[in-house]
Design a protein around this ligand. Structure first.
Ligand code: MG
Length: 411
């Protein structure tokens, strides 16, 4: 029996993790759950899995949750980052699934490693922000770190076919997102709803927008650089719209080993939970005879500058990947609420990276400082952009719900 603490239990990955666990009750037991703000779903999960300890975003939500549970639950409910850390370091947990979205996953993931827990990692931002520190700590604490990200799971599986010293490059595939075929100028008018409609994968909001900008692939390049200890110049990205080949490894003899499958996150989740064994999953099988042709092409770095930026930032290193990540989180949030337009996400990130110095990322605190500075810088760039846009349009673009012609502000 493997005891599991799940961070990010109510998100898209978290729900899929619980589905896999529900299918194998004799193999896995949930001991801890940490959620964000979805108290209703967390309560259902508590009733289904009876964990020892849970965490939710804040005290108000914790109070509501306690009221809806039998007496005695109050002291098992924790809150905020400290709550996530408490769930991540539960003495009875063998493996921690890190599936919190964004930079908020870093501190509890590091705490889990230092408590000697094996990690199944869905939170790529942890490695983007602090790859060097995380990998060093994992080695020191002798824990295994297995990726849940489908591309990295594919690479981990393809690496089982040869020796690390014989790898010549990693090839990450990308679906290209919903705007792959859209003319560049039309990107200025795409809506959050369009960006959230990913062609192949069902995912949370943040990662769906990241897939549309290709920032997700940029973050994955940085994630791969640390996870597999390989130079960024040996990591290639290929657009593969069908999302069947999840990624590949090229060896020095010219052999390319790929992992294929239907696009379903339960497959990489099951692999990370049960490694080195494989679970007999009851899922639709890949039918290559019925699949459309598999196609591959180079990404368009001009149309999707976020990917190019991530490569540059990965090469420069230090605190800059954390800056890139934080600025992106702020910009995606601003896009989702209609404050900036789609191409401005990459502009805000690029400008934030330009304005902030490259610091050494020698400690978790130094990285968290860089993260905070980047969030503030990105917010001020977004504000300046909004003022510029209002001036150019002569109306308030921030009120999309108003009837045409009616505005709250005219400059
Ligand atoms: Mg991925």
């Amino acid at each position: 029996m493997k005891n599991i603490s799940l961070l990010g239990s109510t998100g898209s990955i978290g729900r899929n993790v619980l589905e896999v666990i529900r299918q194998f009750p004799g193999r896995f037991r949930i001991v801890g759950l940490a959620a964000g703000t979805n108290g209703r779903l967390l309560r259902e999960q508590i009733e289904a899995f009876n964990p020892e300890k849970v965490s939710i975003n804040d005290a108000k939500l914790a109070g509501e949750l306690a009221q809806s549970l039998p007496p005695g639950w109050t002291e098992k409910i924790h809150t905020g980052t400290a709550g996530n850390v408490a769930v991540a370091t539960l003495p009875g947990a063998d493996t921690v699934v890190s599936a919190i979205v964004g930079g908020a996953g870093l501190t509890p993931t590091m705490a889990a490693i230092e408590a000697g827990k094996n990690i199944a990692l869905a939170n790529k931002e942890t490695l983007v922000m602090a790859g060097h520190l995380i990998m060093t700590a994992a080695k020191r604490c002798q824990v295994t770190l297995l990726p849940i990200d489908s591309e990295h799971s594919a690479i981990a599986q393809a690496l089982e076919a040869g020796k690390k010293a014989d790898v010549s490059k990693l090839i990450l595939t990308a679906s290209g997102g919903p705007f792959r075929n859209l003319a560049e100028r039309k990107l200025w008018s795409v809506t959050p709803e369009q960006a959230l409609a990913h062609p192949n994968w069902e995912m949370g909001k943040k990662i769906s927008v990241d897939s549309a900008t290709l920032m997700n692939k940029g973050l994955e390049v940085i994630e791969a650089r640390w996870l597999f200890d390989i130079g960024v110049e040996n990591i290639e990205v290929l657009i593969h719209p069908q999302s069947i080949v999840h990624s590949m490894v090229e060896y020095v003899d010219g052999s390319v080993v790929a992992q294929l499958g239907v696009p379903d996150m339960r497959i990489p989740i099951a692999y990370a939970l049960s490694y080195p064994e494989r679970l007999r999953m009851n899922l639709p099988r890949l039918n290559l005879a019925q699949s459309s042709d598999l196609s591959f092409s180079r990404p368009d770095f001009e149309k999707f500058p976020a990917l190019k930026l991530a490569y540059q930032v990965c090469k420069r290193g230090g605190s800059l990947p954390a800056v890139l990540n934080a600025a992106n989180e702020v910009a995606v949030e601003a896009f989702l609420v209609g404050s900036i337009r789609f191409p401005e996400i990459a502009l805000v990130v690029a400008e934030t990276v330009n304005r902030l110095p490259r610091e050494e990322a020698a400690s978790l605190n130094a990285i968290l400082d860089a993260d905070l500075a980047a969030r503030m810088q990105a917010a001020s760039i977004i504000e300046a952009l909004q003022i510029q846009t209002r001036q150019r349009l002569g109306k308030d673009i921030l009120s999309p719900d108003l009837p045409p012609g009616q505005t709250t502000l005219t400059i």
